[in-house]
Design a protein around this ligand. Structure first.
Ligand SMILES: C[S@@+](CC[C@H](N)C(=O)[O-])C[C@H]1O[C@@H](n2cnc3c(N)ncnc32)[C@H](O)[C@@H]1O
Length: 242
């Protein structure tokens, strides 16, 4: 009972909420493409550098929820020259418009998949099944997960999506505005992030899904240890060769 998802009026409400975070033309979007660009790229370069050997001889990478594309830019620079990102808003040439719950790519078409937006998805199972569909056998998926018990001992046992009662649902929707205001003050805690739609207690919640496919091994499951993203966890999995 560890992955919780926020309730929205409907799917459009969820999409509109996510799209409103940094739309093209907004101050944040402009800053991401200017004064924040280099430092963000440096962060991704540092994060990806331990995996450089995985990229040898590979070209095709997909970044899910890539916004303005810093992670795509860095992966291209590190040799994955056909890397592409998707996000709800396109940001050409690095990021195409798309929804992570329904990818427009062929089955088994990517060598490497990266995402740091697991907490922004609405349907974790659908998100992971799309990752599994488009990742080629032998490929790797790297997730940076925002987890709420970072530093606590890993959990064991089975996990499931927690059902919400209609009262919880009502409270959840009606309190969103308040959460958004409070989020300014608690942005570093995943449970208080107004943009989070899925709440993960530990990476074990996500590993459980990968194991359910029967063809994944976990290569890395440890804290990200990066100042900018204090709540993040690294999960690297490999899809078996068929
Ligand atoms: C916290 S930002 C991360 C952006 C980027 N990965 C980075 O680290 O700079 C989350 C992004 O996820 C995107 N997003 C949220 N839900 C999505 C969905 N269903 N499909 C695609 N992108 C989504 C948002 O539009 C937003 O750009």
């Amino acid at each position: 009972m560890t992955i919780r998802t926020k309730k929205y009026r409907d799917y459009e409400d969820y999409i509109n909420h996510q799209k409103s975070k940094a739309p093209p033309g907004s101050d944040l979007h402009k800053r991401l493409l200017t004064d924040l660009w280099l430092s963000d790229c440096d962060g991704f370069r540092k994060n990806f550098s331990p995996y450089k050997s995985l990229f040898d001889g590979k070209t095709k990478a997909l970044c899910l929820g890539a916004r303005t594309g810093q992670e795509v830019y860095v992966l291209r620079d590190m040799g994955l020259e056909d890397a592409i990102g998707i996000d709800l808003h396109a940001c050409p040439p690095l990021v195409q418009e798309g929804d992570v719950h329904q990818l427009s790519f062929e089955d088994e078409s990517f060598d490497f998949i990266f995402s740091n937006i697991f907490d922004h998805v609405l349907y974790p199972e659908k998100f992971l099944s799309e990752v599994d569909r488009v990742l080629r056998p032998g490929g790797h998926c790297l997730l940076h997960l925002s987890v709420s018990n970072k530093g606590a001992p890993p959990q064991t046992g089975s996990t499931a999506v927690e059902p919400q009662s209609s009262i919880q649902e009502l409270l959840s929707v009606s309190s969103r505005l308040v959460q958004e205001l409070l989020g300014k003050f608690f942005a570093k805690h995943p449970d208080k992030d107004p943009w989070a739609s899925t709440f993960v207690t530990s990476s074990k919640d996500v590993i459980h899904y990968f194991y359910s496919y029967g063809h994944y091994s976990v290569l890395k499951d440890e804290a990200l240890e990066q100042e900018n993203w204090p709540t993040y966890w690294t999960l690297l999995v490999k899809k078996a060769h068929s």
